[in-house]
Design a protein around this ligand. Structure first.
Ligand code: NAD
Length: 453
């Protein structure tokens, strides 16, 4: 039996050893999920809603335990980790309201009555990355179960602990056996088997573009339903007419949150030339005051990177560019890296074009609205972004012009469980969350009843 050693990224100490499942075990889990799907879909909408609410309550009772587990496994700050565990609870509550409202339509036709039903797909395979193990689990899990599907979920090999615990809590909450199973393992074994197994009817994948493309090819063989949430290189656009003090104070948190290991990180900071110097004064002071410290410390604002290898990758990007200034970080043990600001004037640099997935931002000047939009739209991604301006017309024109899925004006926020989330261009395919998520976990069926002889 193969195992993987789980290392705390802020101490470099091994904290657990987790069994990595093989293809045979994955097949057995999928078969259990398939059998459970025939009974779960028949659970009445009211009872399914009750079970999801109970699941949310059990998560609520364990928020602190789950948060502490995430701090140890992923190095997330305790404040963020509590939010993440609470987000699983909240998304379960939100979609608990859905089974009784997932109504089909009655369509006027000649000669009879026509109606549509939303049928569950069957087994859904959810594949999760290491950067936000809990929220990304919840975003797929909650609507999939609410729509009457069963779920097999593969956490990332580096960060399986909270998913394994949530799997146990589901059983404690009374979610029937086989309806939600967590299968830790490698992408090349467990993940690929989700893609090739014919009983898995949909894949929800969040992760890198390289793996996403491979999964999309795999799904094509069976015309398997697929949602992709992939990489990003989002822009934070600051106009000179913005509240520059506030924009400067907030900008570090738009990119350094979760040590920049965030698909929505605004890792390109575009600043209008006429406000540049004033904004940069506020921004530099804010970057230098970001508290990078032991993630268990209640006042820590940024923890370590996930592994030493990932720190090397981040560092290689920075070495090829020009550092404008940076904050500080502990020396170790732990995979620490300081918040780093690059001079982004050469927009052909790798550090400016590629997703670094670390606490690194490159700053670029622009002259006017058209140039801001043009720069923001450079590159293959379109996931997130922010716009700072007091002119609401300009802010909205810019929001409509930027090719990206989730934008905020005068705010850093990206994700709310009640609003749709997903990417333009190569940042993904499909949308998660929001009021329509259940549709992507259902097949729409049309039934006609003849009423004429
Ligand atoms: P990754 O692609 O290496 O792995 C993601 C998951 O896919 C892991 O569970 C992995 O084991 C599995 N996997 C890898 N290859 C596979 C294959 N061939 N078949 C099936 N499963 C496979 O990504 P990562 O390094 O864990 O995560 C970082 C990436 O995720 C970044 O690019 C980031 O932008 C992206 N991300 C996107 C979003 C979003 O919502 N758009 C959110 C978080 C992270």
């Amino acid at each position: 039996m193969s195992t993987i050693s789980i290392v705390n990224p802020s101490t470099e100490v091994e904290i657990a050893s987790v069994v990595m499942h093989d293809v045979g075990e994955t097949d057995r889990a999928i078969e259990r999920a398939s059998a459970a799907a025939t009974t779960w879909r028949r659970v009445s909408p009211a009872d399914r809603a009750r079970l999801l609410r109970k699941f949310a309550e059990v998560i609520d009772d364990h928020v602190e335990e789950l948060a502490q587990l995430e701090v140890a496994n992923s190095g997330h700050t305790i404040t963020n980790a509590r939010w993440e565990a609470g987000n699983v609870r909240d998304v379960l509550h939100y979609y608990a309201g859905a089974p009784e409202r997932h109504a089909g339509r009655q369509i006027p036709v000649a000669g009879g009555v026509d109606m549509t039903f939303y049928e569950p797909l069957g087994v859904v395979g959810i594949i999760v990355p290491w950067n936000f193990p809990m929220p990304i689990m919840g975003w797929g899990l909650a609507p999939a179960l609410a729509a009457g599907n069963t779920v097999v979920l593969k956490p990332a090999s580096l960060t399986p602990l909270t998913a394994v615990r949530v799997g146990e809590l589901a059983l404690e909450a009374g979610i029937p056996d086989g309806v939600f199973q967590v299968i830790a393992g490698e992408g090349a074994t467990v993940g690929e088997r989700f893609v090739t197994h014919p009983s898995v009817r949909k894949i929800c994948f969040t992760g890198s573009n390289v793996a996403g493309r491979r999964i999309m090819e795999g799904c094509a063989a069976q015309v398997k339903r697929l949602t992709l949430e992939l990489g990003g290189k989002s822009a934070n656009i600051v106009y000179a007419d913005a509240d520059l003090e506030r924009a400067g104070a907030m900008a570090p948190y738009a990119v350094f949150d979760n040590a920049g290991q965030d698909c929505c990180a605004r890792s390109r900071l575009l600043v209008q030339a006429s406000g540049y110097d004033r904004f940069m004064e506020y921004f530099e002071a804010a970057v230098k005051s970001v508290k990078v410290a032991d993630p268990r410390d209640e006042s820590s604002e940024m923890g370590p990177l996930i592994t030493a290898a990932h720190r090397d990758t981040v560092s290689a990007y920075v070495d090829e560019s020009t550092v404008a200034f940076r904050g500080s970080a502990p020396s170790g043990p732990g995979y620490w890296y300081p918040p780093t600001v690059l001079d982004g004037s050469d927009r052909s640099e790798r550090a400016h074009c590629e997703e670094i997935f670390g606490p690194v931002v490159s700053v670029v000047r622009f002259e006017d609205e058209d140039e801001a939009i043009a720069i923001a739209n450079e590159g293959p991604y379109g996931l997130s972004g922010s716009i700072w301006s007091r002119d609401i017309g300009r802010a909205l024109r810019t929001a409509r012009g930027v090719e990206t899925g989730t934008l905020s004006i005068n705010s850093n926020s990206s994700v709310r469980y009640s609003t749709p989330f997903g990417g333009f261009k190569q940042s993904g395919l499909g949308r998660e969350l929001g009021p329509d998520a259940l549709r992507s976990f259902s097949e729409e069926k049309n039934v006609f009843i003849a009423t004429e002889a």
